[in-house]
Design a protein around this ligand. Structure first.
Ligand code: SAH
Length: 239
């Protein structure tokens, strides 16, 4: 790609940061709302943490979050990308996808607003996240159903909600780990929803790899295997 220096540049700074259960990119759902139990919060930073900035926001059920794909921003972008949804084979134009590798590395997610907390510091509790812990939020806007919900819209290569049919089971050791995770009573549900998305790369799904997979949710180390459409959680342990 030839580089063209633009006269028009803007400086964008975070208005806050996401606190999320997701501590690594692997296993994060590909869009918001797919894992409803993924609850987190937006911690606002000065000068945007003034309660005036949030006045009336509690009247909205959902919010649009603009954010920076900060973890991959330095990897640049290409005009064509291979959406995982298409098995990693077909190529689509970057602007025809929601790829993280894009000019300006900006992301957009709609999330459910669960609660507005003003003290000890202003914070928005949100649900259905697809964002890495620590993601910089650069803007927050209310979701407007009359304008944003378009019932007959076409969804191109991602027209329907992805479904995997994967069934989730927990081993005895994982059950014991869950019993010790008092601080996160919804951890079982969260793990089930995340693994229900089958985060394995497409080629590993097809070949029914016998690999043990791992992810971190909060400070828990979670391991699982998948065989014949059953994901068995083998370990849930605090770090
Ligand atoms: N809903 C957003 C994100 C779609 S891509 C949009 O359409 O713009 C979703 C993927 O982004 C997740 O699966 C995760 O792997 C990745 N991701 C989430 N937060 C990230 C971050 N801070 N930096 C880089 N990648 C991130």
């Amino acid at each position: 790609m030839s580089e063209q220096v633009s006269e028009q540049q803007w400086t964008i700074e975070p208005v806050g940061y996401i606190r999320s259960p997701y501590r690594q990119k692997f296993a994060i759902p590909r869009q918001p709302g797919l894992v409803k139990s993924a609850i987190g919060s937006i911690e606002l930073v000065a000068p945007y943490h003034h309660p005036d900035c949030l006045r009336g926001i509690e009247d909205f059920s959902h919010l649009w979050l603009s954010f920076v794909f900060h973890e991959t921003a330095d990897q640049g972008w290409k005009p064509l990308v291979r959406p995982p949804r298409l098995g990693g084979n077909a190529k689509k134009g970057v602007f025809a996808t929601r790829s993280t590798f894009r000019p300006n590395a900006l992301g957009l997610s709609v999330v459910e607003l669960v609660e507005v907390q003003l003290s000890p510091k202003p914070e928005l509790i949100v649900r259905g996240l697809d964002l890495l812990d620590g993601t910089p939020i650069i803007d927050i806007k209310p979701y407007l159903p009359y304008a944003d919900a378009i019932p007959n819209a076409r969804g191109g290569f991602a027209d329907d909600r992805p479904s995997t049919g994967v069934v989730i089971e927990f081993s005895e050791a994982a059950e014991a780990g869950l019993r010790r995770a008092h601080a996160h009573p919804h951890l079982r549900q969260l793990i089930s929803e995340v693994l229900g998305q089958d985060p394995r790369p497409g080629y590993q799904r097809e070949q029914n790899w016998q690999k043990e997979y791992g992810m971190h949710l909060y400070h828990y180390n979670i391991k699982w295997r998948v065989q014949d459409g059953i994901a068995t959680v083998t370990q849930v342990s605090a770090e």
